[in-house]
Design a protein around this ligand. Structure first.
Ligand SMILES: [Zn+2]
Length: 46
């Protein structure tokens, strides 16, 4: 399981609503809205 860095939910990488690579790490998201928030400002969630 991976943890959605935006909302803290656990997401299964295979069924995640979205993923995004940032500085060599791949992050998974429960919803596209979470992904969009992360893409806007990744540092805020790390
Ligand atoms: Zn989320």
């Amino acid at each position: 399981m991976a943890t959605d860095p935006v909302c803290g939910m656990e997401v299964e990488p295979g069924t995640a609503a979205g993923e995004y690579e940032y500085e060599g790490e791949t992050y998974h998201f429960c919803a596209t809205a979470c992904r969009e928030r992360f893409v806007e400002n990744p540092e805020r969630f790390l």
